[in-house]
Design a binder for this molecule. Structure first.
Ligand code: CA
Ligand code: CA
Length: 299
């Protein structure tokens, strides 16, 4: 099996990045990831980390998928997310919904034991491992790994988890997939500024889909499908996500605008992925069964 070491990291997704590994369509690849603090936050005594030369949100890769060409879609099946034995969180004085409440950055470290987070003396929470940063090389200029966009990137969608399937655009030969910033758990919104940040191994199967009509970034998870869109404001991100799904549902069903709008209002849910990155991210979810009713099967 192909493994990409966590020595091969970048803080920018860029079609000029040299591949860290090569694979074929249908191959299984393991990405060894660092946490979003570049594995430098190891003690509550040193909330700013152990080193100064840390990358922000490092992503492992990129992976060059042979045969992937601009205009294709890359299907990424998330087979496994194997977590490290601990995670970290840190408050922010400048970002997140509670920033006015903190005067300094405080870090906490939480052990992960048997898929549980021992949060305090009263509360234990189950892990829900998810991937914060997953993307292909964007079109045009490179995009830092703290920013989400049409290429994926820092979407911080907690449905990108084991068993889900993410569809990403191919903007350059090989697609150049990179993965990082995994969370042991995160609520929708990522309201503080972070999830339970951790490192670990992400195992994926990558498949090149030529001639795909899917509106990327597109996710299938738990019997639902989702368009994921990012913009400077939540209003704009919601508008983009809802309309991306609308166009897709309309093309699949062959129905008119009135019918499509009514259907969307009955079956689609708008959900906030995150409010803390340079662009905000919203997803539009519908049951996969709606597509199936019109004869559409996911590739
Ligand atoms: Ca993130
Ligand atoms: Ca994160």
């Amino acid at each position: 099996m192909i493994r990409i070491s966590d020595h091969d990291v970048t803080d920018i997704l860029d079609r000029k990045n040299a591949p860290a590994a090569y694979c074929g369509s249908g191959d299984i690849v393991v990405f060894e990831t660092r946490d979003c603090y570049d594995n430098s936050l190891t003690s509550e005594e040193r909330p700013l980390g152990d080193r100064e030369d840390t990358l922000e949100n490092p992503a492992t890769g990129p992976l060059y998928v042979r045969g992937a060409k601009k205009g294709d879609v890359l299907k990424v099946e998330i087979l496994q997310i194997a977590l490290r034995s601990w995670g970290a969180m840190r408050t922010s004085t400048s970002g997140g919904e509670f920033r006015e409440r903190y005067r300094e950055r405080i870090a906490r470290i939480f052990p992960l034991k048997e898929n549980q987070i021992v949060f305090d003396d009263k509360l234990t929470l189950p892990v829900n491992p998810m991937i914060g940063v997953i993307g292909t090389a964007p079109e045009g200029e490179g995009v830092p790994t703290h920013t989400p966009g049409e290429h994926g990137g820092n979407m911080d969608c907690n449905k990108i988890t084991e068993g889900s399937v993410l569809y990403l655009p191919v903007n350059t030969d090989g697609a150049l997939l990179a993965i990082g910033d995994i969370h042991a758990r995160m609520g929708d919104g990522e309201v503080l500024i972070c999830g339970l940040e951790t490192a670990g191994d992400v195992t994926v199967r990558v498949t090149v889909l030529p001639n795909s009509v899917l509106p990327t970034p597109f996710l299938s998870a738990g019997g639902r499908v989702m368009t994921i869109q990012s913009a400077p404001t939540l209003d704009e991100a919601a508008h983009l996500a809802a309309n991306r799904m609308y166009d897709f549902v309309k093309s699949v069903s062959g129905k008119d605008d009135v019918h499509t709008g009514m259907l969307m209002s009955l079956v689609s849910d708008l959900v906030i992925c995150q409010v803390v990155d340079p662009l905000k991210t919203v997803r539009s979810e519908i049951p996969e069964a709606v597509l199936a009713a019109y004869g559409f099967c996911l590739p």
